[in-house]
Structures are given as structure tokens and as C-alpha cells.
Design a protein around this ligand. Structure first.
Ligand SMILES: [Fe+2]
Ligand SMILES: [Fe+2]
Length: 392
């Protein structure tokens, strides 16, 4: 048993014990655990670009690839139907002032939107902008999805079709939030647009290498994380009297939930077909910790922009360190990991580690929160809202 460090979003460092696994299975080269740190809930400031990281091992084995290929037909039957046909899908314009109407009617709808948006507090806007920027880095996520399992049309046409369909649905999220925020007049669009360009140019470093199991764990976790955060921005918008924005965020949250179901189902199938390999993939991802997709966010001014945004999300309750443990717990339960059978010894150790992790995070989180309450609140200026100060 080893000790590593966990840095909470409030920056408090505490000890966390984790397991040590020696993998004997050649299919599970992903597991190379030793004396390594569990990475942070809110990652430390990073100004580097992910594409400049040292080269990593290619962790997808030929056996992984065969499993991936063998499930191509299963994806067609079970996963593709989870995408919504375009004709039954909502579009961003459905929620926005109707630009096809006569100018005076359009202007009236726009005036109403801007009036409602005046009720949104600055800290809420910061979180909504950060969520929108995260959505807008979709090109990074599509290339991430295509890298895992070699999801090309030659190899695995239905996996590739899912990736395209998923991307097409996700594309509406950033579009809608971005247009809303632009029309609201409350935010500094040039700084936001600059942040998006920086972020897409930087990519992301998730630690999943190109392993399909780890990619699916990451995707399952992230879809649930976005479901939670969009759900919370919806709830808060309603509280601030902005019912249209509440509907916007709630509608996006519902998409995220449907996507979460798809990825959870895919990983559930992997656990059925290759229990030890899939379990080791989960163990490895949870050891590395799930790093948020926009962790390389930068606006050209604040080198700690992501951490500052994450701290405001924590303070407003939109996405908290406690949610991390909740998501982990929900995945453990949906994949029925506690009762997973037929594992080899490395798989068993990974199972033990993962199933005991959530209560530990929860304990650390409680302690971090207690300490955070004792410290004086800090403030930070965000370029996204014209350098206004927000407490976190
Ligand atoms: Fe999304
Ligand atoms: Fe999503």
C-alpha cells in the first residue's frame, strides 16, 4: 500500500492511500502502478500544451482491437439507436430570439433576453462561460474519440458512426450557450473567443493513451460530470428568474444524460466480454484521476484560469469535489463492480481499489471543506466578465 497526494480544489494537500498492482496479463499493459501520485481533482496550473507532452506508450493491444472490432454489430443494435434523429432533435435557434421575424419583433425578444440576463450574478456568469468554453473545444473531443480503439470506418464502422453522431449532437451545446452569452451582452466575447482558440490549440491530456477501455471510462465520467454541471446551472438560472436559460441548460443536461447512458452501456459490455482487462482500465483511470477536459484553458492573461473557474464552480455548487465521489459511486453501482466475477488477481486488486475509493474521496473532501471554511474568501478578476472581481 502506498501513499499519494490528493489536492482538493481548494488547494489543500492530503494523503490518500492507494493500491499497488503488478499486471501479469499482456493485454493489460495499461496498469503499471508503482509509487506514483494520484493526480489532482482540480489540476495544478498548466501553461503547456498537451501536444508537447512527452510521447506515451501505445496502450491498445491487438487483443483490445479484436474485442473492439467484434462488438461492431453490437454497437449498431444497442448504441446507435441512442442517438436522436435530426428531425426529432432540438436546435439552438429554438431557444433564441427568432432572427427570421420582422426586425422590431426580433428586437423585442432580444430586449427581453437581455433584461432576464441582467439578473444573473457575476459568479454564475463565470461558470456558464467556462462550461460553454468547455463545450466549444469539441474538435479536441472528437479527435480524442477517434483515437481510441482506432475507430475508423475500415475497422469499426459503427463505432465511427457513433463518434460522428455524438459529435453532431454535442455541437449544438456550445453553439447554443455561446449565442445566448453573446446576445446577453454580459460577457467579454473577444476574451472568451481567445480562450476557445487557445484551448482547442492546446488539446487535452487525459492519460487514457489510446486504450478504448480507458477512453470509455473517461467518457462515461465526463458525460455524467457535464450532466451534473448543466443540471446545476439550469437550477440556478431558475433561481435567478431566467427561465429560458434554465430550459437551455436543462435541455443540454438531458443530452449529456443520454450520452452518459451510451458510454456506460459500452463499458458495461466491455466488462462482460473482458472483465479483467476492463476492470484494470477502470482501476488505471481512477488511479490517474479524471482530469477535466478544459484543464489547459488560458485567456492570454491568467495562467491559473482553469483552477480559478473550477473554484468558482465549486463555490456556486455547479460542480464540486463532492460530485467526483458521487460520479465514481454511481459508475461503480451501474457497472455492478462490487459483484463483478471472473477476474484475475490483478483485476481483483483493481476492483478492491475502485470500490473503496469513493468514501475516501468523500472524507478528504469533507476535511478540505472544513479547512476552506476557516480561510478568508479570496477574489479573482476574470477577463470573461470585463475584469470584474469574483469571490471563491
Ligand atoms: Fe455537451
Ligand atoms: Fe457531453
Amino acid at each position: 500500500m502506498l501513499h499519494s497526494h490528493l489536492i482538493s480544489s481548494s488547494g489543500i494537500t492530503q494523503k490518500l492511500t492507494h493500491y499497488n498492482v503488478k499486471s501479469t496479463n499482456p493485454n493489460t499493459r495499461v496498469v503499471k502502478l508503482g509509487r506514483q501520485s494520484i493526480s489532482a481533482i482540480a489540476t495544478p496550473p498548466q501553461s503547456r500544451s498537451a501536444v508537447q507532452s512527452p510521447l506515451r506508450t501505445q496502450s491498445m493491444s491487438p487483443e483490445n482491437m479484436e474485442i473492439f472490432k467484434s462488438l461492431n454489430g453490437w454497437v449498431e443494435q444497442n448504441i446507435l439507436p441512442l442517438l436522436k434523429p435530426v428531425e426529432r432533435s432540438w436546435q439552438p435557434h429554438d431557444f433564441l430570439p427568432d432572427s427570421s421575424l420582422p426586425t422590431d419583433v426580433f428586437q423585442e425578444q432580444l430586449r427581453e433576453l437581455r433584461e432576464r440576463a441582467l439578473e444573473l450574478p457575476d459568479d454564475y456568469l463565470v461558470v456558464l462561460v467556462g462550461d460553454m468554453i468547455t463545450e466549444e473545444a469539441l474538435p479536441t473531443y472528437e479527435s480524442f474519440a477517434n483515437r481510441h480503439g482506432g475507430a475508423t470506418d475500415e475497422n469499426v464502422a459503427n463505432w465511427a458512426a457513433w463518434n460522428r453522431g455524438w459529435t453532431a449532437e454535442e455541437n449544438r451545446h456550445g453553439d447554443l450557450l455561446r449565442t445566448y452569452l453573446y446576445l446577453s451582452g454580459r460577457v467579454n466575447m473577444p476574451m472568451i473567443e481567445r480562450t476557445i482558440q487557445y484551448l482547442i490549440g492546446s488539446g487535452m491530456e487525459t492519460g487514457t493513451e489510446d486504450n478504448p477501455y480507458m477512453g470509455l471510462v473517461y467518457a462515461s465520467f465526463q458525460e455524467r460530470a457535464t450532466f451534473i454541471s448543466h443540471g446545476n446551472t439550469a437550477r440556478l438560472a431558475k433561481g435567478h428568474g431566467e427561465t429560458v436559460l434554465a430550459r437551455i441548460c436543462g435541455t443540454i443536461a438531458a443530452d449529456e444524460k443520454r450520452h452518459e447512458n451510451a458510454y456506460v452501456k459500452m463499458m458495461g459490455k466491455m466488462l462482460e466480454v473482458d472483465p479483467s482487462g476492463a476492470m484494470l482500465g477502470i482501476g488505471e483511470m481512477m488511479r490517474k484521476k479524471i482530469i477535466m477536459p478544459a484543464h489547459l484553458m488560458y485567456d492570454g492573461q491568467d495562467p491559473n484560469l482553469f483552477n480559478h473557474y473550477a473554484a468558482v464552480a465549486q463555490k456556486t455548487g455547479v460542480y464540486t469535489a463532492g460530485d467526483y465521489a458521487d460520479i465514481l459511486e454511481s459508475l461503480v453501482s451501474r457497472w455492478n463492480l462490487e459483484k463483478l466475477e471472473g477476474l484475475d488477481s490483478a483485476g481483483n486488486e483493481a476492483q478492491d481499489f475502485v470500490c473503496r475509493l469513493a468514501p475516501r474521496f468523500r472524507k478528504l473532501q469533507q476535511r478540505a471543506e472544513e479547512r476552506a471554511h476557516k480561510t478568508t474568501p479570496r477574489t479573482i478578476r476574470f477577463s470573461w466578465i470585463f475584469d470584474k472581481e469574483v469571490a471563491f
